[in-house]
Design a binder for this molecule. Structure first.
Ligand SMILES: Cc1cc2nc3c(=O)[nH]c(=O)nc-3n(C[C@H](O)[C@H](O)[C@H](O)COP(=O)(O)O)c2cc1C
Length: 198
């Protein structure tokens, strides 16, 4: 897959100016853009470099018709208008890759293999962290993202990932926001409310 060079972005463009998108133009998102998103998102740091995030890009009408009924009713039109909907899942079998991605940590694969509960927490926490990087990567290549937690995650797993180690936790609509596709900014907490200096 060719990876296009991302446009020049600034902190303003991916944090202060970017908005969550709820309605999209029909402009297609290309395979190269999807590759560019992952090429940036994969550098999000994770514990033990474990990288548990797995992404399924849903873009054909057939695949979308399988996904849309599994979203909460208020979210269906939003995803229907998006050229691509990414299903973000945590791979609870991420430990299989540890000898390759974290070769300095001896025995990590075996320790996680023996601890399913700890492995699942690690997978979900770190996949969520990667989801933040994924949203910023969408913005960094000049597109808009609409993350949505209003989903039937178990039903998505049954439909798309039966009998697998993947656990869906979020979908992200991807495309270009329509003119009326974003809401006004709600207040963000100030430094004094969210930060403690000790
Ligand atoms: C994890 C997560 C789950 C969300 N779930 C939904 C959702 O189910 N439906 C929806 O319309 N918006 C959803 N949103 C969008 C948020 O409401 C939105 O990102 C937030 O209000 C900030 O909006 P802004 O980027 O325009 O400032 C979700 C966002 C995140 C990050």
């Amino acid at each position: 897959m060719n990876v296009i060079a991302p446009p020049v972005v600034t902190a303003e463009s991916i944090f202060r100016d970017a908005h969550t998108a709820y309605r999209f133009t029909p402009e297609a998102v290309t395979d190269e853009q999807l590759a560019a998103i992952y090429d940036l998102a994969r550098f999000t740091p994770t514990a033990l470099n474990s990288q548990p995030l797995r992404v399924t890009f849903v873009r054909t009408p057939a695949a979308k018709s399988r996904l849309l009924p599994l979203l909460s009713a208020t979210n269906r039109d939003k995803s229907a208008s998006a050229p691509v909907v990414a299903i973000l899942a945590a791979d609870t079998d991420f430990h299989e890759n540890l000898p390759r991605v974290a070769p300095q940590t001896q025995g990590a694969k075996e320790r996680f293999a023996a601890n399913e509960a700890g492995r699942t927490v690690m997978a979900v926490n770190n996949a969520w962290l990667q989801a933040g990087g994924f949203i910023l990567a969408v913005r960094a290549i000049g597109l808009d993202a609409g993350p949505m937690g209003g989903i039937d995650a178990a039903a998505i797993d049954a439909e798309f990932f039966p009998n697998s180690s993947l656990r869906t936790f979020l979908v992200v609509n991807i495309g270009r926001a329509a003119d009326d596709g974003q809401f006004p900014r709600n207040p963000r907490l100030g430094f004094d409310e969210a930060i403690t200096l000790v």
